[in-house]
Design a protein around this ligand. Structure first.
Ligand SMILES: [Zn+2]
Length: 178
């Protein structure tokens, strides 16, 4: 697959396919979005929100969550706010998210199958791997928790607007979580 992507890429550049996408690093809408890495949202999310290349900083992880105050997602948001001029943040979770009901109990046998030694799993269990890989069970509650993690973060300024949403993974319809 990667080789075929490289082949496409050479043609894309040679035919100047990039021309409609030329922009700079500053988000035109001063907007950041924290959302899920789900493949159904790869193009749908931007299209459903009317966003063009260059409009928003889009930060993605499994679920679109902030599990700790030093998590990489909050680090990216701080860069977006202080370096790139972002003043509004949308947290967008989505329907039938894979991170819903995700759990270490489910991963563990697969890890063994893939050759991760039992001793390594035991060590990581001691380091809290189960909490780390735990998903969420209530999507609305997870949106509220993630919005609160941003709003209440000591390094996030109070003049940044943060709002939470759930997007329908098929229709792209946004519903605000209040
Ligand atoms: Zn998801």
């Amino acid at each position: 697959m990667i080789d075929s992507i490289l082949h496409f890429n050479r043609q894309f550049v040679a035919s100047k396919g990039y021309e409609p996408f030329v922009t700079d690093k500053y988000p035109a809408k001063k907007l950041a979005i924290l959302t899920c890495m789900d493949t159904r949202l790869t193009v749908l999310l931007q299209e459903a929100l009317g966003l063009r290349n260059g409009d928003a900083k889009i930060i993605k992880n499994a679920g679109g969550i902030i599990p700790s105050e030093t998590d990489s997602a909050i680090r990216s948001l701080l860069v977006a706010i202080y370096e790139l001029g972002v003043n509004e943040v949308m947290v967008i979770h989505h329907s039938t998210c894979g991170a819903c009901h995700m759990s270490y109990e489910h991963f563990r046998p697969h890890m063994l199958e893939h050759g991760i030694p039992e001793s390594v799993l035991t060590e990581w269990e001691g380091r809290g791997v189960a909490d780390w890989l735990e998903g969420f069970h209530d999507t609305e509650a997870s949106v509220r928790r993630t919005v609160a993690a941003i709003v209440n973060h000591p390094l996030v300024p109070s003049d940044v607007v943060v709002r939470g949403f759930i997007i329908d993974s098929v229709t792209g319809q946004l519903t605000e979580v209040l």
